[in-house]
Structure formats: C-alpha cells, structure tokens
Design a protein around this ligand. Structure first.
Ligand code: PGA
Length: 263
C-alpha cells in the first residue's frame, strides 16, 4: 500500500491519469475498472483531454464499472451509466460493446452478477481499478460488514450512504435504496488499484482504511492486503493520518531515486 498526500486534488488527478495513460501506452487493450462519484471526474477530464489533444487511443480498451443503482434504467439521468456517458464515454473512443456495467434491472440478477464476474475473467482481469471511498469506508457500494471476499451482488445501501447521496435528489424524488456492486474480492483481484479521496469528510475513512485493522467494518481497509494499491489524497483527506510525515518523506525519497534513474 502506497499513500501519497498530494498538494491538492488536481495533482492527485494528474498522477492517476498519468498512471492510466502510461499503462495504456504499454498495453493498448488495457482493462479498466471505473468508478463514479465526484472524486474521479478530474481523472476522466484528463483522459478525455489526452484523447482529444494527444491522440490517446481507447478503441481496444475494455471497461468494467464498479456499481449501479438497482432499477434506475440506463437512460435515467442519475444512473451511473448516464454519469459515465456524461463524464467519460462521450469524450472517448471506447466502443460500446467494450463497456460493461453490473446488471441492475430485470430478473435473474444473481446469475447475471456471476456472468459479469466471468466477463471480467474473459477480458483477462482488471489491470487498473479506480476507486473512491465513502465517508463510511465503503468501496464500490460494499458497505460496512461486506465480506472481504465478496463478489458482485445486489445489496441494500446504508442510511449513511443514502444520506451522503441525498444531495443529488430533490425532496420527494425516488432515491434508490439498493444497488449492485463488484465485491471486495472482485476489487482485490485487480492487478493495480488507485484510490483517490478528497476533502475533510473523508479523513476518518482514510485513517481507518490505511491505519486501522483490516476489517469488514471498513471495506477500504481490505486494500491493505493488495500488493499494488495506491492512495492519492488531498491534504484534507490525509489530515488525520499519524503516518502523514512519513508518507511525505517516502515520496521525496522515491522521487530522488527516480530522478537518479534507479527506480
Ligand atoms: P464521492 O463518492 O466520489 O462522490 O465522494 C465516493 C464513494 O462514495 O465511493
């Protein structure tokens, strides 16, 4: 687990986008795991800019989104499919049939969740999984007490998540109470994980995820057992880390080695 406390969210998005674009240059058929929410938007705008201005080619990329609300159709403006179209896919050249979401409508959901897992395997597994984290420590929609080896499934959102997301709904508007999400086990199978977190309201979750015990009560803490998990934080999200100074020093030392061509 590597933790970088960046100067600000812009720098974190720059670093995440750079990692993804370098991986794409090395592997044109990169398999990306993608997240929604306010956190990844800066990365997505940078990927779109790289595509438009520098010809970054996403035509062989395959994408798998982490989660989707149950029963919000793809045309619903608050569905995650609509979100991804608006913030990423409309600006990139990923072919439609290479974009995957967990099943969130209709019947046979358990079987179709298993098929979604098979599709990830058939694609060769996820190369880089982008993540945010909820203020309650959730990753994807894996709420506290989700099994650390859980797979893609339907689940009920906690009151905390509903409250955090209520800002997107007007009073009286239908707000989904259930969702479909990749499991923590699914996420841990990705070869690399980049988790971004911004703002003071994430500081406790980040401390629990990186300095607390590995516990299903803080799903983000599962990343402690992943061999290549990178946390990119702004100063506010990293403000409660007891290891903050160490992370800053570690970054400087690594940059020195890199400048010397030794890393
Ligand atoms: P946010 O959501 O990016 O909108 O803060 C993150 C999450 O709940 O996983």
């Amino acid at each position: 687990m590597k933790v970088i406390v960046c100067r600000n969210a812009e720098e974190a998005a720059d670093l995440a986008a750079r990692e993804i674009l370098a991986a794409l240059a090395a592997k044109p058929d990169l398999v990306l795991g993608l997240a929604t929410g306010s956190t990844p938007i800066g990365v997505y705008s940078r990927l779109i800019r790289a595509h438009r201005e520098r010809g970054a080619d996403f035509s062989r990329v395959r994408t798998f989104n982490l989660d989707e609300y149950l029963d919000l159709g793809p045309g619903h403006p608050k569905s995650y499919r609509a979100f991804m179209r608006r913030h990423l896919f409309d600006g990139l050249n990923v072919p439609e049939d290479r974009i995957h979401f967990p099943p969130a409508e209709g019947s046979g959901l358990a079987d179709r969740c298993a098929r979604f897992e098979d599709e990830i395997l058939d694609a060769g597994g996820i190369d880089i999984q982008l993540l945010g984290i909820g203020s309650n420590g959730h990753i994807g929609f894996n709420e506290p007490t989700s099994s650390l080896r859980s797979r893609t499934r339907v689940l009920t959102l906690t009151a905390k998540t509903l409250e955090d997301n209520s800002r997107f709904y007007s009073p009286g508007e239908f707000q989904p109470q259930m969702a479909v999400t990749m499991g923590i086990g699914t996420i841990l199978d990705a070869r690399r994980i980049i988790l971004q977190a911004f703002g003071a309201k994430k500081a406790d979750a980040i401390r629990a995820a990186t300095e607390g015990p590995v516990s299903s009560f803080c799903p983000g803490s599962a990343l402690q057992i992943h061999p290549r998990a990178l946390f990119l934080l702004d100063p506010e999200a990293g403000a409660r880390l007891s290891m903050r100074e160490h992370h800053l020093r570690a970054r400087e030392n690594e940059e020195t080695l890199r400048r010397e061509g030794r890393l």
